[in-house]
Design a protein around this ligand. Structure first.
Ligand SMILES: CSC[C@H]1O[C@H](OP(=O)(O)O)[C@H](O)[C@@H]1O
Length: 370
């Protein structure tokens, strides 16, 4: 997407043909910088430290990570070791395992000498598919936003459509376009009057730092709010719809997403606000049904709760990023990174194939030919 007039994607094959470029998302919004991943360990570290994050992007980075590993050693043992290393980086987003298995299935039957090139080609294909799927999600979601706009009373026709989103499910979470934000970009570019309430999304503040950054660069009006304000805004009638992403959606429509999503869904139901989840096929885990019981929830360092990163605006600091402690030294922290929203709280799933009810029947209607 657009950054100051330049079109960017979140991940790319470098001109040298064998290393991988990524945007360092831990530095945004205060500093835009890129990194070159030259081996599997660097790819694994980029995922685990959230230099790259977001379910689809984690998957593509994992795919390229296998390519990097095979460039160094294309043997069966090296392939399995790299698969295990990358698979262990983050447990919740199913896209990672889906992409790693896809690459392994593609290269395993090949002569070792042909594996790296095959992994390179398949990783690039996954990336291109992701871009196409996310743009298609944008188009299907645009129709929902247009219908919401048309359905408002005449007295509100001139007001912006108000959408609340949680965390970052924008182009920074994918290769391009994003999932939850793709319909918003499509609506904005179509000239619709739209405004986005951006949940800051504690503890890592992907909303305040990444979603706000994306929307600002695309010129979409938005307001950053604390996570706990969303229910109040819905009660006051300031939210026309909630649209969020997903890290893993079960075949029955249960949605695992950033911690706090479940609470937004409860508030939305209580206030009659439609709650949409945008996701590509690569985020659906057909092997499980009960998200609460079966999806592994990543627990990250308590330091992400007890400390916070930001830009030091003191004149003497020349805008350096700094981390400060929020809590008393002896206080413990607990940091589950995701929660599960049961399908009964989801109005509909916006996929690249269309809009589905959050149910096995709904998903099978879209994916029955797979
Ligand atoms: C389009 S997937 C976006 C999804 O990923 C985020 O998690 P994280 O930043 O920890 O990778 C969050 O759950 C977003 O909704």
């Amino acid at each position: 997407m657009n950054i100051d007039g330049t079109a960017w994607r979140t991940i790319w094959l470098e001109k040298d043909g064998h290393s991988v470029g990524v945007i360092d998302q831990t530095q945004l919004p205060h500093k835009f910088s890129t990194l070159k991943l030259s081996n599997c360990q660097e790819a694994a570290t980029a995922i685990s430290t959230m230099i790259v994050r977001g379910a689809p992007l984690i998957g593509v980075t994992g795919a390229y990570g296998l390519m990097l590993a095979l460039q160094e050693d294309p043997s069966d043992n090296a392939l399995e070791a790299a698969f295990k290393q990358l698979n262990a980086t983050r447990p919740t987003a199913v896209n990672l395992r889906w992409a790693l298995k896809r690459i392994r299935d593609k290269v395993k039957p090949l002569q070792p000498a042909k594996r790296a090139e095959a992994a390179r080609a398949e990783s690039a294909l996954i990336a291109e598919e992701d871009v196409a799927m996310c743009e298609a999600i944008g188009n299907h979601g645009l129709a929902i936003i247009q219908k919401l706009a048309a359905g408002r009373p005449s007295v509100r026709q001139k007001e912006p459509i108000q959408v609340l989103t949680h965390c970052n499910a924008g182009w920074l979470a994918t290769v391009d376009w994003g999932t939850a934000l793709a319909p918003i970009y499509k609506a904005h570019r179509a000239g619709l009057n739209i405004h986005v309430w951006v949940d800051e999304t504690r503890p890592r503040n992907q909303g305040a730092s990444l979603t706000a950054y994306e929307l600002g660069r695309e010129g979409v009006p938005h307001t950053v709010i604390v996570d706990n304000a969303g229910g109040h805004l819905m009660q006051q009638g300031y939210v026309d719809a909630v649209v969020v992403g997903s890290d893993r959606t079960t075949r029955s429509g249960d949605v695992c997403n950033k911690i706090g999503t479940y609470l937004k869904a409860l508030a939305a139901l209580d206030n009659g606000v439609p709650f949409y989840v945008a996701l590509p096929a690569s985020t659906i885990d057909w092997s499980i049904s009960d998200g609460v019981a079966e999806i592994p929830i990543e627990t990250r360092s308590a330091m992400e709760v007890t400390h916070i990163q930001g830009r030091n605006n003191n004149a003497s600091s020349n805008n350096q990023l700094t981390t400060v402690q929020l809590t008393p030294n002896q206080s413990e922290g607990f940091n589950p990174a995701f929660d599960v929203t049961p399908a009964r709280l989801v109005t509909a799933l916006i996929t690249e194939r269309g809009v589905a009810a959050a149910s096995e029947t709904g998903l099978m209607e879209l994916y029955c030919d797979d």
